[in-house]
Design a protein around this ligand. Sequence first.
Ligand code: DON
Length: 343
Amino acid sequence: MKRISWVHSGWQLLLLAFFLVASAGAGAQSIPSGQVLKRVVEEAYEKFKGVSDGAPADYIPELAKVPAELFGVAIVTARGDTFTAGDVNYAFTIQSVSKPFTAALVMQDHGGAQVIADKIGVEPTGQKFNSLLATQVIPQVSVNPLVNSGAIASVSLVKANDATERFDRIMKFYEKLAADKLTVIEDVYKSEAATNQRNRAHAYILFVNDRIYSEPMEAVDVYTRQCSIGVTAKQLAVMGATLANNGINPITHTRVLETRYVPKTLAIMMTAGFYNESGMWAYTAGLPAKTGVGGGIVAVVPGKMAIVGFSPRVNDAGNSVRAMKAIEYISDQLGVNVFGSGR
Ligand code: DON
């Protein structure tokens, strides 16, 4: 009897040991080790720092003045660990990288993700981010929240009594995502406000089709301020890591976004985050991500980490060349393509 109970507890111990090893192994596998993350960030920086393809965007005159040489790479994990290389403390304008975050705020404000599908749309255009043609021919008109027309419609759906309150709510939401204080880069805001006639055209097309939900020029102005918010690569990586961590900021441990809105936000990033290059991006990096003409890109590895690249030189689609290369490299090295590593 005694012997049987010994055997019994022996098996239990063995089983327990097996589960402990297996779960420790799974945990270690789910987020690569700090050593590996440090290595891939440094390698990506070294490998691509010499690439000089593309040029800083100049259709917003002030953006052309940003030093083209800047280059930074950052990873923040869903546990809040940070790995960086290069110019990760330089504040650049968030530009279109802001768009998925405001779309997420709209979902939360309206208590459901359906508002985006119903009042904006979720179809990719295959066209440039500011295509008036897409806005006119796509039946949803506002198209999706990641092109300019849909992003302006998105801003108009943020719940507020006036433009000041609307912008303040967007800013506070971003600060919670970034776990830091943020400021508008006023020179870029003024420069874009003086040259954003195309965005005003988008807003009026939305208006005549009943697809904008606040006064159109006010929505354009709040959108322009939103795009001019300054972020560093490190701050942007924390914003992305909050999405990777199911809406809980991994630095402050506070919930910023309800978990159910995270997959919706990532879905639009996957299908439309790179505009007319979204298909190629899915094909190469295989990660939901968003680009901006300020040179920033944030990619999200669900449950694991955010990967950020920043370099002001952008291509014809408005996507940062070195940031794309760095993230593609890291995605491949870590085998974190959401469609499978292929290995
Ligand atoms: O509305 C615009 O044109 C800019 N504020 C943002 C465009 C942008 O970032 C395009 N992305 N790569």
